[in-house]
Ligand binder design. Structure first.
Ligand code: HEC
Ligand code: HEC
Ligand code: HEC
Ligand code: HEC
Ligand code: HEC
Ligand code: HEC
Length: 351
C-alpha cells in the first residue's frame, strides 16, 4: 500500500499537470481559439484507418507556431469540424477566405490569386489553345507541391533558413517596443527575401512527377527532368547542398514573376523558349559574360548511350579509373594494417 504522503504527492502532481495543461490550453496562440490542441497536442493521437494506413493526428504546437500559417485558426482551414468526435472531414480547400485581413487591400485573405497564376501556367488544366488537357489528374495542385508535413517533428531535420540577419532586429527595437511585433514583421519580410527551400528540396518536389517515366511519356516530355538535372554540374552541386547554383525555378520562372507562372519551352512567352533562354545563363549572378551559345548546351542531358555517347564512355572510363586505382590501393593498405596489427601471424609454415 502507498503511504498517505505518497498518495497525496501523486494527487498533487496530477493536479499540477492538469492545471498546467489547462493554463497552456487557455493561453495557447490566438490561432487555437477552438482549443483543438487540447487533444491534438498529444503525440500519441493516432489510429489505423479503414484502409489499414497508420494515421497520426498529432500537431506539434511549437512547429505550428513557427509556420507561415500560425495566425490562421484551425477552423479557418478545417471549416467543417464542428463537433467532437468529428465526422470525417472534407479535404482542406486552399482557397477559402480566412479571418485574416490583408492590410493593403483590406480584404479578407485567400490564396485565390495563386490559383489564377497556376491556371495560366503549364500546370494549368487548359492548354494555351483553349482546349482542356488530357490527363488532368497528373497536374499538380497546391498540396502536391506544398506538403507542409503537418507541423510534425520531422521537419526539424529540414534546414529552414533563418531571416537574413537576426541581429538587424536590434534596429527595429530603437523605435518599436514590442518584441512580438518586431519578430513577426521582421520574419514576415525577411523570410520572403530569399528562397525557403534549397535547390535539392525544390528538385525533390518536382521529381515526384517529372521523374515518373509514365507521366513523362503521357505528356510528350522528352526527359525525366529532375534526373537529367541531377546528371549535370548544376544538379550535382545541388546534391551537395550548394545554394548558389540554379534550381528548377531559377531557370523556369521569369524574374519578378510568381513561381507559379512557369510555361512550356514551346511557348514563345517562356524564358526557356529557344530564342529567350540565353538570357537565363547570362544573368548577372550566373555567367554575365557568357555568349548566347552557352545556352545551346544541353541543359537536361541524360548521359546514356543514345543521347550522349561520348559522355557515356567518359563516365564509364572515369568510374573504371577511380575504381581501378582506389580498390587495389585499399587492398594494399588493408594488408599493410593487418601485418602491423599481427606482426607474427603467418600461415602454418614449417620453421
Ligand atoms: C476532445 C479531443 C479533440 C478535440 C478538442 C479536437 N479533436 Fe480533432 N481529433 C480527435 C481525435 C480523437 C481524432 C481521431 C479521430 C478518428 O479516429 O477518426 C481527431 C481527428 C481530427 C482530424 C483528422 C480526421 C480525419 O479522419 O482525417 C482533423 C482534421 C481534426 N481532428 C481537426 C480538429 C480541429 C480543427 C479541432 C478544433 C476545432 C479539433 N480537431 C479538436 C480529437 C479531438
Ligand atoms: C492553413 C490551413 C491549415 C491550418 C491553419 C490547420 N490545418 Fe490541419 N490540415 C491542413 C491540411 C491541408 C491537411 C491535410 C489533409 C487535407 O488536405 O485535408 C491537414 C490535416 C490535419 C490533420 C489530419 C492529419 C492526417 O494525417 O490526416 C489534423 C489532425 C489537423 N490537420 C489538425 C489541425 C489542427 C489541430 C490545427 C490548428 C492547430 C490545424 N490542423 C490547422 C490544413 C490546415
Ligand atoms: C508546381 C509546384 C507548385 C504548385 C502546384 C503550387 N506551388 Fe506554391 N510554390 C511553389 C514553390 C516551389 C514556391 C517557392 C518556395 C520557395 O521559395 O522555396 C511556392 C511558393 C508559394 C507561396 C509563397 C509566395 C511565393 O510565391 O513565393 C504561396 C503563398 C504559395 N506557393 C501558394 C500556393 C497555392 C495556394 C497553390 C495552389 C493554387 C500553389 N502554391 C501551388 C510550388 C508550387
Ligand atoms: C526610426 C524608427 C523606426 C525604425 C528603426 C523601424 N520602424 Fe517600423 N515604423 C515606425 C513608425 C513611426 C511607423 C508608423 C509610421 C507609418 O505607418 O509609416 C512604423 C510602422 C511599421 C509597420 C507598419 C505597422 C502598421 O500596422 O501599419 C511595420 C510592420 C514596421 N514598422 C516594422 C518594422 C520593422 C520590422 C523594423 C526593423 C527592421 C522597423 N519597423 C524599424 C518607425 C520605425
Ligand atoms: C503533380 C505532378 C507535378 C509536379 C509536382 C510538378 N509538375 Fe511540372 N508538369 C507536370 C505535368 C503533368 C506537365 C505537363 C503539362 C502538359 O501536358 O501541358 C508538367 C509540365 C512542366 C513544365 C513544362 C515542360 C515543357 O513542355 O517545357 C515545366 C517547365 C515544369 N512542369 C516544371 C516543374 C517544376 C519546376 C516543378 C517543381 C517545382 C514541377 N513542374 C512540379 C506535373 C507536375
Ligand atoms: C540551368 C537552367 C535549368 C535548370 C536548373 C532546370 N531547367 Fe528545365 N529546362 C531548361 C531549359 C532551357 C529547357 C528547354 C529545353 C532545352 O533547351 O533543353 C528546359 C526544359 C524542361 C522541361 C521540358 C523538357 C522537354 O523537352 O520536354 C521540363 C519538364 C523541365 N525543364 C523541368 C525542370 C525541372 C523539374 C528542373 C529541376 C529539377 C529543371 N527543369 C531545371 C532550363 C533549366
Amino acid at each position: 500500500m502507498l503511504t498517505y504522503q505518497t498518495r497525496r504527492s501523486i494527487l498533487l502532481l496530477f493536479l499540477l499537470l492538469f492545471g498546467m495543461a489547462f493554463v497552456s490550453a487557455a493561453n495557447s496562440e490566438s490561432a487555437d481559439v477552438g482549443n483543438c490542441l487540447l487533444c491534438h497536442k498529444y503525440p500519441g493521437l493516432s489510429r489505423v484507418d479503414e484502409e489499414g494506413r497508420f494515421r497520426l493526428f498529432y500537431v506539434n504546437e511549437d512547429i505550428f507556431d513557427k509556420s507561415v500559417h500560425t495566425r490562421v485558426k484551425c477552423e479557418d482551414c478545417h471549416t467543417d469540424i464542428k463537433k467532437i468526435p468529428h465526422d470525417t472531414p472534407k479535404k482542406v480547400d486552399c482557397f477559402v477566405q480566412c479571418h485574416i485581413v490583408e492590410p493593403s487591400s483590406e480584404q479578407k485573405f485567400s490564396h485565390k490569386e495563386v490559383a489564377k497564376f497556376l491556371a495560366a501556367s503549364v500546370h494549368g488544366e487548359v492548354a494555351k489553345q483553349g482546349n482542356p488537357k488530357k490527363h488532368p489528374e497528373d497536374l499538380p495542385s497546391c498540396k502536391d507541391c506544398h506538403d507542409n508535413p503537418l507541423y510534425r517533428p520531422l521537419s526539424f531535420f529540414k534546414r529552414v533558413r533563418p531571416g537574413i540577419s537576426e541581429t538587424a532586429m536590434g534596429r527595429c527595437r530603437v523605435c518599436h517596443k514590442k518584441d512580438d511585433f518586431i519578430f513577426r514583421f521582421y520574419n514576415h519580410v525577411t523570410t520572403r527575401l530569399h528562397k525557403i527551400r534549397n535547390p535539392k528540396n525544390i528538385a525533390e518536389v518536382c521529381a515526384r512527377c517529372h521523374d515518373d517515366p509514365e507521366l513523362v511519356k503521357r505528356h510528350d516530355l522528352s526527359t525525366r527532368a529532375a534526373y537529367s538535372y541531377g546528371e549535370t554540374f548544376h544538379g550535382k552541386a545541388a546534391h551537395f547542398l550548394d545554394e548558389r547554383i540554379p534550381d528548377c525555378l531559377d531557370c523556369h520562372v521569369k524574374r519578378g514573376e510568381s513561381v507559379h507562372q512557369m510555361l512550356s519551352h514551346n511557348d514563345p512567352q517562356s524564358i526557356t523558349y529557344k530564342t529567350n533562354k540565353a538570357k537565363i545563363c547570362a544573368n548577372i549572378e550566373c555567367h554575365p559574360k557568357a555568349s548566347p551559345k552557352l545556352a545551346d548546351y544541353k541543359i537536361h542531358a541524360e548521359f546514356n548511350f543514345e543521347q550522349g555517347t561520348a559522355q557515356y564512355y567518359f563516365k564509364i572510363f572515369f568510374i573504371a579509373l577511380t575504381g581501378g586505382v582506389l580498390l587495389p590501393m585499399m587492398g594494399i593498405m588493408f594488408l599493410d594494417v593487418l601485418r602491423r596489427l599481427l606482426p607474427n601471424a603467418g600461415l602454418n609454415r614449417k620453421k
